[in-house]
Design a protein around this ligand. Sequence first.
Ligand code: KIV
Length: 296
Amino acid sequence: MAHENVGGASLNTPPAIALLENAMQDSPIRIPDLRERKRRGEKIAVLTAYDATMARLLDRAGVDVLLVGDSLGMVVLGYDTTLPVTLDEMIHHTRAVARGTQRALVVADMPFLTYQIDPAEAVRNAGRLLKDGGAAAVKLEGGRPVVDVVKRLVDLGIPVMGHLGLLPQSVHQMGGFVRQATRPDEADALLADAAALEEAGAFAIVLEAVPADVARATTAHVAIPTIGIGAGPDCDGQVLVSYDMLGLFDRFVPPFVKQYAHLAETVVTAGREYVEDVRAGRYPKAAQEIAPTRTP
Ligand code: KIV
């Protein structure tokens, strides 16, 4: 028997199940959903966000996870690296993203030196990202050197996303933003780090700037989802810095980035037209002068 098509469900799906499926498509993403997505072979779409408006737009677009990355330091705050970003800055921006988000899972990066010193301090700082920032989970960089911290956080109910490969907080040690795990011994170490993070309770792992075959092997090696960035097509999900994929960050474009828009040009063109209009007396018109102010 053919059933009425309810939203996106197929014609042959019974209406009650179709309603449930559609409701689930809109229901908030929870930590266990991500592992389930990997099990079912459904890819996970992750983007960074740093403010409420962008979070609202990307959430509306159906992004599964909004990462308040410490890339904030480079694409929003104008630093050359992520190292200067503070916990208070991360909380401030995470709170804004959480306010703009209804469905996506909000994950906040733990900035440099907020989790490396001792697990008690890491708990206090991660706790603030959840309690004051409204994040559902935190992300931190590194493998075996941070598993004690990951385990402590997870034991206390703070979900942790790991991050392996290119670790931007170790940019000086790595000699720049360079590809990692290119040698067999480094690839083996990455696999061991991924297994250690899984064992410690991490719910997902970002793999940044590693060869596609290393990412593929790591993805097959762990039951938790891998989220790739510059790591080829075989991870369980992909993440990009939103300012890169929107063509908004104009200082450089990482080679693996696909630009889905060119907003930097749009902003400059709009700004230039505004300047010309103001200088020429074309804006505002008399009627616009008395237009009502912004309403929600
Ligand atoms: O800070 C960030 O945006 C990140 C992504 C690049 C994964 O860590």
